[in-house]
Design a protein around this ligand. Structure first.
Ligand code: FES
Length: 84
């Protein structure tokens, strides 16, 4: 029997799961802004604290073509790299 993993919520403001975000990335979101538009993650009232996870998740996928097992949060403030 397959173990059912509980969905990992990345964006607590808008209740967006990692699964939703990964699907959006696979479907072609290759910038944070596209992820914001496609999933509403990262644009909640907290001001986007989950971007620390979204950035590394996206970067890891773009570099390795797969998602990391564990997301290493980016605390350097490097993300989001694409400014308005
Ligand atoms: S947790 Fe994602 S915008 Fe607040």
């Amino acid at each position: 029997m397959k173990k059912q993993k509980r969905p990992e919520i990345i964006c607590r403001c808008n209740n967006v799961s990692r699964q939703t975000i990964e699907k959006a990335i696979v479907d072609g979101c290759d910038t944070l802004n596209k992820i914001f538009d496609a999933t509403t993650a990262g644009v909640g009232p907290c001001g986007g604290s989950c971007r620390r996870k979204l950035g590394p998740l996206l970067e890891h996928y773009l570099q390795n073509n797969e998602f990391p097992e564990k997301i290493t949060e980016d605390l350097t403030g490097k993300f989001p790299p694409d400014k308005k």
